[in-house]
Ligand binder design. Structure first.
Ligand code: ACO
Length: 432
């Protein structure tokens, strides 16, 4: 970041001396006012619950222009990566800053493949869960438990530990997600098969069984790879900020990523694709397309507490570029599986059409986000609804690690410690 030409001046109506603060510019995007010395100079904090106007760090990984609906990973538009890239090359880009050349790409694919198995003891740990446990509960536990199985890569201050824990996490997440699924349905775990692609391997671990040969469908393989690319990183969202905050204490990478998994689970974040599909199912049960109007009235009624899941975003005030790509993938997958007339897909299109024309949504700049179509694609592939957020966590792991490692390498990094406006009781004494 560089100092901007102008400075910010904060003045007070009570006659206290005004305070000058430096302004910094990034390479693109809004400038920031540096308020770090504000408390020392004025005895006051800033108040910004939900971080509506606060940049918590400097970062060179992902850039979002919410008004334009643009998403860049290390400068590359998401459309180009989704159309021409592969997920592991995207991981390389996010972690290292540049796309790999042919040799780097082959080496990176091999490196990740070498780490796809998990310690055999982990299945005994997994077997301690109830079979009907939510996969996100299981995954939060499994990812946190990696630190108990891989002691030799838990020192966040050691660059070699950071490197190997990054590779381990990226490589093992598909195995863990598939294990969580297989455990729930009572089928044997499938060991990874390293001659398959990252997404092909995941499909086989999910849907393969020992008594039959599993053939990877290239359309589904490509669709999954695209889902992974679209979810790989998204700058300082809630789960990424959680990972940074958790990691800022110096805890190990596995523990920090487990915190990210836990945060992602919420329906306002990664849980939205599951919530979106449930919402479409509910409308379908109400009577389908003919009931969309009635449902929209509930959404617009503030007292109903009903939200249109898969719509709206803190940063995008335009079409989420990932939603457009996901819609394309949705068409391809449904065509491949002969599900073009899928009633939920038709319903989703109708909901989207009505919302995009309705003043409630238009005036609030509420557009479909990536979750609006990703649930339909995943359901068509055969992924159960309660595993959708687990697939998102798998894909986002690389973003979390890239952001965590960037923070550790930032000379300005400090333990995260927000302040508060205290509204509780002042000091008082127990009577008697
Ligand atoms: N349905 C109906 N109204 C909505 C929706 C929605 N999905 N989203 C926002 N609004 C309304 C709010 O009620 C508010 O209206 P008001 O100004 O009359 O009070 C206005 O739009 C602004 O909304 P905020 O809640 O202030 O927006 P915020 O940035 O805090 O929330 C969020 C963003 C959490 C994503 C919200 O839009 C939402 O809950 N969407 C549904 C859940 C969802 O799809 N989440 C996925 C996000 S993307 C991701 O994690 C991959």
């Amino acid at each position: 970041m560089k100092l901007a030409d102008n400075k910010a001046t904060l003045s007070f109506s009570n006659g206290s001396p005004s305070i000058e603060m430096p302004v910094y510019s990034g390479n693109i995007g809004p400038d920031v006012i540096d308020i770090r010395k504000l408390y020392g100079q004025s005895g006051m904090f800033t108040y910004d619950p939900g971080f509506l106007s606060t940049a918590s760090c400097q970062s060179g990984i992902t850039y979002i222009d919410g008004d334009k609906g643009e998403l860049l990973y290390r400068g590359y538009p998401i459309e180009q990566l989704a159309n021409h890239g592969d997920y592991l090359d995207t991981c390389y880009l996010l972690l290292k800053g540049e796309l790999p050349d042919a040799k780097q790409s082959t080496d990176f694919h091999k490196l990740v493949n070498n780490h796809t198995m998990v310690n055999e003891q982990m299945q005994f740990f997994l077997r301690g869960f109830r079979r009907d446990a939510h996969p996100m509960a299981v995954l939060t536990g499994l990812v946190g438990a990696l630190s108990a199985f891989y002691h030799d890569s838990t020192d966040i201050t050691n660059p070699e530990h950071r490197e190997i824990s990054a590779i381990r996490l990226i490589a093992k997440m598909p195995t863990l997600v598939a294990m969580a699924y297989k455990y729930g349905v009572g089928q044997p775990f499938q060991y990874p098969q390293n001659n398959l692609s990252y997404s092909g391997n995941f499909l086989r671990m999910m849907f393969g069984v020992p008594c039959e040969e599993y053939k990877v469908n290239p359309v589904l393989e490509r669709a999954l790879d695209r889902i992974f690319i679209l979810h790989a990183d998204h700058e300082q969202n809630a789960s990424t900020s959680t990972v940074r905050l958790c990691g800022s204490s110096g805890t190990n990478p596995f523990a920090a990523i487990a915190a990210g998994v836990a945060c992602l689970w919420g329906p306002a974040h990664g849980g939205a694709n599951e919530a979106c599909l449930k919402m479409l199912d509910d409308i379908q049960k109400m009577g389908g397309i003919s009931k969309v109007g009635e449902f929209m009235e509930q959404v617009k009624d503030k007292n109903s507490g009903v939200k249109l899941m898969g719509f709206g975003h803190r940063v995008y005030k335009n079409y989420d570029p990932r939603a457009k790509l996901m819609q394309e993938t949705c068409n391809e997958v449904l065509a491949e599986l002969g599900l073009e007339n899928d009633p939920l897909f038709k319903l989703a299109k109708q909901v989207e059409k009505i919302a995009l024309e309705d003043d409630y949504f238009v005036s609030r700049k509420l557009y479909p986000n990536v979750d609006f179509y990703s649930g339909i694609v995943q359901r068509a592939i055969g992924i159960p609804v309660n595993l959708f957020t687990g697939v998102f966590a798998l894909a986002r792991t690389v973003g979390w690690i890239a952001q965590l490692n960037e923070m550790i390498g930032d000379p300005e990094y400090k333990i995260g410690r927000p302040r508060q406006l205290f509204t509780g009781s002042p000091r008082r004494d127990i009577k008697g």
